[in-house]
Design a protein around this ligand. Sequence first.
Ligand SMILES: Cc1cc2nc3c(=O)[nH]c(=O)nc-3n(C[C@H](O)[C@H](O)[C@H](O)COP(=O)(O)OP(=O)(O)OC[C@H]3O[C@@H](n4cnc5c(N)ncnc54)[C@H](O)[C@@H]3O)c2cc1C
Length: 640
Amino acid sequence: MKYTEGPEIRDAKAPEGPIEGRWEKRKFSARLVNPANKRKLHVIVVGTGLAGGSAAATLGELGYNVTSFCYQDSPRRAHSIAAQGGINAAKNYRGDGDSVYRLFYDTVKGGDFRARESNVYRLAEVSVNIIDQAVAQGVPFAREYGGLLDTRSFGGAQVSRTFYARGQTGQQLLLGAYQALERQIAAGTVTMHTRHEMLDLIVSDGRARGVIVRDMVTGEIERHFADAVVLATGGYGNVFFLSTNAKGCNTTAIWRAHERGAYFANPCYTQIHPTCIPVSGEYQSKLTLMSESLRNDGRVWVPLKKNDTRAPGDIPEEERDYYLERIYPAFGNLVPRDIASRAAKNVCDEGRGVGPGGLGVYLDFRDAINRLGRDAVEKKYGNLFEMYERITGENPYDVPMRIYPAVHYTMGGLWVDYDLQSTIPGLFVIGEANFSDHGANRLGASALMQGLADGYFVLPTTIGDYLADGPFGDVDEEAVAEAEIKVRTKIERLMSVNGTRTPDSFHRELGKLMWDYCGMERTEESLRKALERIPELREEFWQNVKVSGTAEELNQVLEKAGRVADFFDLAELMCLDALIRTESCGGHFRAESQDADGEALRDDENFAHVSAWERTPDGPVLHKEPLEYEYVKMTQRSYK
Ligand SMILES: Cc1cc2nc3c(=O)[nH]c(=O)nc-3n(C[C@H](O)[C@H](O)[C@H](O)COP(=O)(O)OP(=O)(O)OC[C@H]3O[C@@H](n4cnc5c(N)ncnc54)[C@H](O)[C@@H]3O)c2cc1C
């Protein structure tokens, strides 16, 4: 795939000066919109997960006219509901040395020096407000006996800063955001459209002014207009087919915005989570996460001997290798995800993996149960243990869990500036859909923090600065008609192929190819293979896909086909991005770039930048945004 290099880009909105004052400074310089004018301004928010739900509720509360969309039958079924382990905040309730600065430091380091310092500092700063907001809404965070909020540890941190509600933190936080949203729906400031899928962005006179959506029940194509559009449409890990994401997660909204001119940043940065239930068969359609919180008390190990087929209980202590504790004594089982995943892969590649196919390692609670008692372990992790038992038929109180890495989160997404605005004026992108805060590796419990920081606190301030110039008048009819025709043409094309293979079968093949060639380890050879094969498979898709039913009814095959079509184009960009980033950093591990210990080896001289891709008729154009580190010195990451 050919590409060219365009001019460098900069984040023009990032304030300067001491880092502690930058967000304050931006909040003060952002223009305000008076309450009477807010009522005349219209904002579309696509997505009702933690990012979109909190944003729509807050914008409604502020007095804007909001229209909100999601493809589920209820806003509270957004994928955020699946989040298990917790949400970080620099509250330092434990007095264990945490601070805003330490959370900032851990996150910049955890992201392997590929995130912006200003954004990360703001995230750490706002984190403390999120907990207050959620508690005020009644979110039932776990509490200690005395009534204080409890915390636990997540990877990449030596303090205990993760707030949680058993293994259902996302669910409880989403119910909080959903209640706030429902309140605004009842108050008439937010109009909700469930089961509507955004299929294109309307850009008029250079501004994002609306969306084209399909009513998923009737098939009707609708147009909706606004003064600004917010995409909070989640991540695209499902490009790999098998992932821990909800089955519906897809790239369509951000990809189609990319086709309209929004730059796509760091598409190759994918997070592989170390603790998931291993794949069990060819026809499996999804993978299940076992929360990272389990690594607080569970110990990861494999047999010392290769091809050891003994039951775990028959393997004596001295014949076990607690490899994370051995290799990384300072962080032990709580090393960041990228490091833990690669270590699991390495021991399995050595032939020491456990379970069918040798693709698994143990996560063992024996010592925790002996130390804390079964009841205490059950209290903390009961629902996760139950989930594991239901899926595998094994009781983790008695035998260690078997786990293996799986695709989990995408750090890449649409490029945004400090105001969370994309390269299309008026198009804001929040939550997992943007690229902004996690660099090349997201630390656990930081996605919920970012989604809610964006939705409750950052966007509602920064969007005002943009809307202060509105309302922006009528939307150009030609632009609307063009977008609508584009959507209809694509649907008609998908319906008319009438081939022999289901969209799902193409998706499965694409996903396998991505996992094999652009997964946990990437090489020049594997990426070139992928770049050769993806266009062939895409060609076959457009010649041979079979979409049953009609476009004028509820048609999940059609929905799937549209999403798979976009996954093909995204997959190609991911592989290209991975190919030209010849360094290893965070979740992007190029086998050619590793140090003597097999750890990721960055190349700061050539790659300390964000790769922001522009889509043009002549192929992708790469714009680099240089990354500068004033506060956290760029060093080789070490968790030893
Ligand atoms: C199993 C699991 C557990 C996790 N646990 C944690 C955790 O403990 N802590 C943590 O910090 N993170 C966790 N994460 C990550 C975290 O859950 C997600 O990153 C986060 O919830 C994403 O929120 P979001 O609001 O950006 O998107 P989502 O919650 O994915 O919401 C996307 C929304 O966009 C809508 N949408 C998408 N496309 C369209 C379209 N074209 N048209 C209309 N609507 C559209 C959807 O309907 C939905 O409402 C976990 C992830 C997984 C998979």
